[in-house]
Ligand binder design. Structure first.
Ligand SMILES: [Zn+2]
Length: 450
């Protein structure tokens, strides 16, 4: 009996593996270690290249530096502006101690595929690839080129990935008019599946504060020190309430959310301009939905701290890094000048580590309409909500080239299913992955075939 049971298990596994190629492929992708740093995205490129080879689709690859690979494949079509399906190969680190399963295992439990990158963004990359291959295999004539692209380094700013390609291979983007990337996805808003379509984003301004002062022995503290200065500066920034500013896109986003709400919250969201003056509403929003509160002002998170390497040594320098995110339209240099006023310490120097500008993609385009159409085919009563992302993605590089770029992952998440992004137990349901392939395939048929 035991042997028979094992045989049956093997048979069932074999059947499900061959039936679920998207699932199997995602599991394999998750097992490839592309944790950034160092990224090692070329390992992911080799995997995607093999799948494209199997599908008979030609591709090109390029490394920005050894090990940091990028790959793209183009299906040729008519003269309409080309469409890029973009995802990033690298993932953020995962602390296995806090996970129920190995973050690099791709294990399946209770209908979920677990692994770092399951949502951000290997799951999206596999769904896009399946749809891209389905488009090729349909034999339909294309009205435009469709490009599948996977890049390095998004999690560290994209300068070795999308940013590098734009700089070093500009010809790839000459005929491109549209791009679909991570940044938006679906959730239930009452009885409506509501898909956020990210059209612009807050931009990062990453800063290092370095304090300098007299070093010494821990047994003889001085009135001032580099560490005291940096702690005081951190405290001043952490307790600053940055001015609230409601962008038109943000007001539109909140009022779209309001449609699916009731009671006082509905009123607040409908008129977010007034609501930002309401202290208790803002406190609740900040506690429960910090990603939404972050859309209403510039923000700074205190992240890394460096002081002495030795407990009894007062160091000559101490440093604090700040992950600030600016609303579109905010001048970064003015913001730094404001921070200097807040810090009010001339022995602290501010260095800019990373900064971008932010453009907005219009929603009045055929691609937006095609997304609406394909989402409705799978999800009854679905609505799209143009949104501003509190985080940033590679889309800003493309918006700067006037490419209409939407953050759109074709997944509908239940409450709690997204908590693993950059956190513990990142996972995606097999149902979501399979439905996502269908939505994207429908989208490509609608938008890119004649
Ligand atoms: Zn990402």
């Amino acid at each position: 009996m035991k042997n028979l049971a094992i045989f049956l298990v093997l048979l069932i596994n074999a059947a499900s593996v061959s039936a679920d190629s998207a699932t199997e492929r995602l599991q394999e992708y998750l097992r490839i270690d592309t944790i950034n740093p160092p990224g090692s995205e070329s390992k992911g490129v080799a995997f995607l290249a093999r799948l494209l080879d199997e599908a008979g689709i030609s591709y090109e690859t390029a490394e920005s530096v050894p090990g940091r690979g990028n790959i793209w494949a183009r299906l040729k079509g008519g003269d309409e502006p080309a469409l890029i399906l973009l995802h990033h190969i690298d993932v953020v680190p995962a602390n296995a101690e806090f996970w129920d399963f190995d973050p690099l295992s791709g294990e399946i439990h209770d209908g979920y595929i677990y692994g770092r990158g399951a949502i951000d963004t290997k799951g999206l990359g596999i769904a896009q690839l399946e749809a891209f291959i389905a488009l090729k295999e349909s034999g339909k004539r294309l009205n435009r080129d469709v490009i599948y692209m996977a890049t390095a380094d998004e999690e560290a700013g994209g300068l070795f990935g999308a940013g590098w390609l734009i700089k070093n291979r500009p010809e790839l983007f000459e005929d491109v008019g549209y791009l679909i990337n991570e940044g938006g996805s679906g959730m239930m808003a009452r009885d409506h599946p509501a898909f956020s379509i990210e059209v612009t984003q807050k931009v990062p301004l990453w800063l290092r504060l370095t304090a300098t002062d007299m070093p010494g022995h821990g047994s003889a503290p001085r009135v001032t020190s580099s560490v005291k200065r940096i702690v005081r500066a951190g405290q001043r920034i952490a307790t600053t309430a940055f001015e609230k500013r409601v962008l038109p896109e943000v007001a539109e986003y909140f009022s779209a959310l309001a449609r699916y709400e009731e009671g006082p919250r509905k009123q607040m969201l409908e008129d977010i301009e007034s609501a930002v003056q309401n202290k208790s509403f803002m406190m609740t929003l900040q506690l429960d939905e910090p990603w939404r509160a972050a859309l209403l002002s510039n923000t700074c998170s205190l992240t890394t701290l460096q002081g002495s390497e030795k407990i009894n040594v007062v160091p000559p320098q101490a440093a604090l890094e700040l992950d600030c995110r600016l609303l579109p339209g905010q001048d970064p240099d003015e913001f730094i000048a404001d921070l200097e006023t807040i810090i009010n310490d001339d022995q602290i120097e501010i260095t800019k580590l990373l900064g971008f500008t932010a453009a907005v993609s219009d929603t009045n385009t055929p691609l937006y309409g095609a997304i609406q159409h394909s989402v409705e085919l799978t999800f009854e009563n679905a609505v799209l909500i143009p949104s501003v992302a509190a985080g940033f993605t590679d889309s800003h590089f493309f918006r700067d080239l006037d490419i209409v770029s939407y953050g759109f992952a074709p997944f509908l998440f239940l409450p709690g299913e997204r908590t693993g992004i950059h956190g513990n137990n990142e996972r995606i349901s097999i149902l979501n992955l399979e439905r996502g392939v269908k939505v994207l395939t429908d989208l490509l048929y609608k938008f890119a075939t004649e």
